[in-house]
Design a protein around this ligand. Structure first.
Ligand SMILES: Nc1ncnc2c1ncn2[C@@H]1O[C@H](COP(=O)(O)OP(=O)(O)OP(=O)(O)O)[C@@H](O)[C@H]1O
Length: 365
C-alpha cells in the first residue's frame, strides 16, 4: 500500500533565495516552471498537499495533464526528491526506512535510466547484485519483459519502447509488493501497451498495489480500479473508474430540425430537460438546425415528437466520452496549451466549459 499524505513541493527560489530541487533525468530547464511561479517570481508549488492512497489489490490510475505534478508526487513518494511538506509511506514505512527497497517497491520513472554503454543483461545483473537478487531472477525477468533477443545489446541503442521494457524489467526484478509506474506505456507498441495493462492487472490480482500515472483517460479507464485526478499540483478528484464512468456516461440526444420554435415549445415546461443549439457536424443533413437535448428519455422524446408532428432530419443518441469528461475536469488546470496551424488554442478551445453535456460539439458520436 502506498499512502501519500499532504505532499507539497516547490521548485525554484526558496525562502533563502537558493535554487531547490533536481533536474536529474530532465536534461535542463523545465519549460513550465516559469509559468507556475507567483507574480513576484518566487517558487510555485509543483504539488500542493497531495493526499491519496494506492490500495493493495488495486491499480490506482494517477491521471493529469502534462506538468500536473504526477512525476513530482511519485518521485517524492520514492524519496528521490525531498518534499517541503507531507510524507509518503510504503507498506507503512517511509522509503528511507525500508531495508531492501527493490523487494518492497519497483518503479518506472525514466525510460532512459540505464547506462547507454551497458547491455540490458549487465544493467539488470548489476541491479540484482547490489540488491541480493540471484542470477536466475535476471534471466526470468529478461524473458518476461521480451528482452531476450536484445539482452546483450547496449541500452544506448534501444528504441524508446525497448528502453521502457528495460525500465519495467528493473522495476519487477525484486518481485516487489508495490509498483510505481510513471507513464509506463510511453513508446510501447500496441502489443507492449496490452502487456503493461495485463501486467498491472496481474500484480493487483495478487494483492499488490500498483500506482500507474498517465495523461490518457482511455488508458487508465482500461487498466485501473481507483482514479486520482491531479491538475496544477492539486488533487481534483479521487474516485473509482466505475464511479467516473457512471457519472459521465449520461446521454444526450442530437436532433436536426427545420422547426426550432416547435422544438423549444415541446420542452418549454419539461423540468430537468434542456435544449441547446449544437454546432453543425460533417455529415449533417443540408437543411435544418442542430440541437442537443439533455435530460430527456430517448423513447419518450421520439413519442412526443411524433405526437407533436415535429419534422426532424436527424435523431441520434450521444454519449460523452470519458476522455472529454476528464478534459472538462482538468481544462482549467492545463499547464501546456498547444495550438493548431490556424492559431487556435487547442488546450482551451477543445475543452468543454463545465458540464460536458452542455458542450454539444465536444460529445462523440
Ligand atoms: N526538477 C524540477 N525543477 C523545476 N521544476 C520542476 C522540476 N520537476 C518538475 N517541475 C515542475 O513541476 C511541475 C510538475 O511537473 P511534473 O513533472 O511532476 O508533472 P507531470 O504531471 O509528471 O507532467 P508530465 O505528464 O508532463 O510528465 C511542472 O510545472 C514542472 O515544470
Amino acid at each position: 500500500m502506498i499512502e501519500i499524505q499532504g505532499l507539497t513541493k516547490s521548485f525554484g527560489r526558496t525562502r533563502g533565495g537558493g535554487a531547490r530541487g533536481t533536474q536529474a533525468g530532465r536534461g535542463g530547464t523545465v519549460p513550465g516552471s516559469a509559468a507556475r511561479r507567483g507574480a513576484a517570481g518566487g517558487a510555485r508549488k509543483a504539488i500542493d498537499h497531495v493526499t491519496f492512497t494506492a490500495e493493495d489489490g488495486k491499480v490506482t490510475g494517477f491521471l493529469g495533464p502534462n506538468g500536473a505534478g504526477k512525476s513530482t508526487t511519485m518521485r517524492a513518494a520514492l524519496g528521490l526528491i525531498r518534499p517541503d511538506e507531507g510524507s509518503a509511506l510504503i507498506d507503512g514505512r517511509p522509503i528511507g526506512r525500508i531495508e531492501a527497497p527493490m523487494r518492497v517497491v519497483g518503479a518506472v520513472l525514466d525510460a532512459k535510466s540505464a547506462h547507454p554503454g551497458r547491455s540490458a543483461y549487465a544493467h539488470l545483473r548489476a541491479l540484482a547484485l547490489t540488491n541480493g537478487i540471484g542470477r536466475k531472477r535476471v534471466d526470468e525477468i529478461i524473458d518476461m519483459t521480451g528482452l531476450a533477443a536484445v539482452r546483450q545489446r547496449p541500452a544506448g541503442q534501444f528504441s524508446l519502447g525497448m528502453s521502457q521494457r528495460l525500465s519495467i524489467a528493473a522495476a519487477l526484478l525484486g518481485d516487489p509488493h508495490n509498483l510505481v509506474l510513471d507513464e509506463p506505456v510511453n513508446g510501447l507498441d500496441p502489443e507492449g501497451v496490452k502487456w503493461v495493462r495485463e501486467l498491472c492487472r496481474y500484480y493487483a490480482s495478487q494483492g499488490r498495489a500498483v500506482l500507474l500515472s498517465s495523461h490518457l483517460m482511455s488508458e487508465v479507464a482500461l487498466t485501473a480500479d481507483d482514479l486520482v485526478i491531479i491538475g496544477q499540483g492539486r488533487i481534483l478528484e479521487t474516485t473509482t473508474v466505475n464511479a467516473f464512468v457512471a457519472e459521465h456516461s449520461r446521454h444526450s440526444i442530437r436532433v436536426v430540425t427545420p422547426d426550432p420554435a416547435k422544438l423549444y415549445a415541446i420542452f418549454a415546461h419539461a423540468a430537468g430537460v434542456s435544449v441547446m443549439p449544437a454546432a453543425r457536424a460533417a455529415g449533417d443533413p443540408a437543411e435544418g438546425q442542430a440541437f442537443r437535448i439533455v435530460g430527456a428519455d430517448l423513447k419518450a422524446t421520439a413519442d412526443v415528437f411524433a405526437r407533436a408532428g415535429l419534422v426532424i432530419y436527424q435523431f441520434l443518441e450521444e454519449r460523452a466520452s470519458l476522455e472529454e469528461a476528464y478534459m472538462a475536469l482538468t481544462h482549467t488546470a492545463v499547464e501546456y496549451a498547444s495550438t493548431v496551424p490556424d492559431g487556435r488554442n487547442v488546450a482551451i478551445e477543445n475543452r468543454p466549459q463545465g458540464n460536458v453535456q452542455n458542450r454539444p460539439q465536444e460529445v462523440t458520436r
